[in-house]
Write a protein that binds this ligand. Structure first.
Ligand SMILES: [Mn+2]
Length: 275
């Protein structure tokens, strides 16, 4: 696997100024350090009690000034995470702009996943550009997982030192008969509690088991505490889509700035570590 900055044909629109603005993002050099191996797991390890803390702890551990070894070309226009992740199974390039306008531009080869990533962009008001190719001739498992791992890493990178953010997010999204509650904490500590009862094995061609796998993968690389509860719902498409909408809204809240924070780190410890 390698991480490098992909070049995108799509420019980033400047955003309205929001104090405080991070001075730089976490450098890819930091992400590539030996202490920062992206956690990769296979399906038999997916039970949450089997998950080990990820080793990628160096990039935000101290919450000090972000690394400056790699001057960010985008620091003047908002918080952007950009990751290219290549394995023998998949090739994923993602760029996420947390202070975006909801530009949805994702193509994974998995139509239903594209539909869900569009929810993430439009309801989070994130600009999400993602291209993925993978071994979907086998099934969607590897591509679904690696897309989520890359998105999680991009979020981690975009958040930088997390100064001044709300940190917590909470939203309940209805979609017709479905109602899903999401609560999250950008704590730096990966945890997923997942309680959806999806009644069918597939939505379109998408295996509904992959929903939990998607969020577990995202949680592990982003360093996020995430709770997902289904309060109502009968239709699988509605339940999953309500989940992505609630997640997007909660993440938007958590990543946005709290003006009363005045740019300080929202933790009584003074740091938001990943361990
Ligand atoms: Mn839909």
């Amino acid at each position: 696997m390698k991480l490098s900055a992909p070049s995108w044909p799509v420019g980033i629109s400047p955003t309205s100024a929001q104090p405080p603005k991070p001075t730089a993002r976490v450098s890819l050099r930091t992400l590539l350090s030996p202490r920062c191996s992206i956690y990769r797991f296979s399906s038999h390890k997916m039970g949450s009690h089997h998950l080990k803390p990820i080793s990628c702890s160096s990039s935000v551990q101290n919450n000090g000034p972000p690394a400056t070894a790699s001057p960010s070309p985008v620091s003047s226009v908002g918080r952007v995470g950009e990751v290219k992740r290549v394995t023998k199974e998949t090739d994923v390039a993602v760029r996420i702009h947390l202070d975006g306008t909801g530009v949805a531009d994702s193509s994974t080869g998995i139509p239903f996943l594209d539909h869900m990533l569009d929810q993430l962009a439009s309801h989070g008001l994130f600009d999400v550009h993602l291209r993925a190719t993978g071994d979907i001739h086998i099934d969607d498992h590897h591509t679904n997982e690696d897309v989520a791992l890359a998105i999680g890493t991009a979020i981690l990178q975009a958040l930088g030192d997390r100064k001044g953010i709300n940190r917590f997010g909470d939203f309940s999204a209805p979609l017709d008969e479905a109602l899903v509650h999401v609560a999250l904490d950008l704590s730096g500590r990966p945890h997923l509690s997942f309680d959806l009862q999806i009644p069918t094995q597939r939505v379109g061609t998408y295996d509904t088991q992959l929903v939990e796998h998607f969020f577990q993968s995202l949680v592990n690389t982003s360093g996020m505490t995430l709770h997902i509860r289904q309060l109502a719902g009968k239709n699988s498409h509605h339940i999953i889509e309500a989940t992505f909408k609630a997640f997007a809204r909660a993440l938007r809240q958590a990543t946005e700035y709290d003006p009363r924070r005045l740019g300080t780190i929202p933790s009584s410890k003074g740091v938001l570590s990943r361990s």
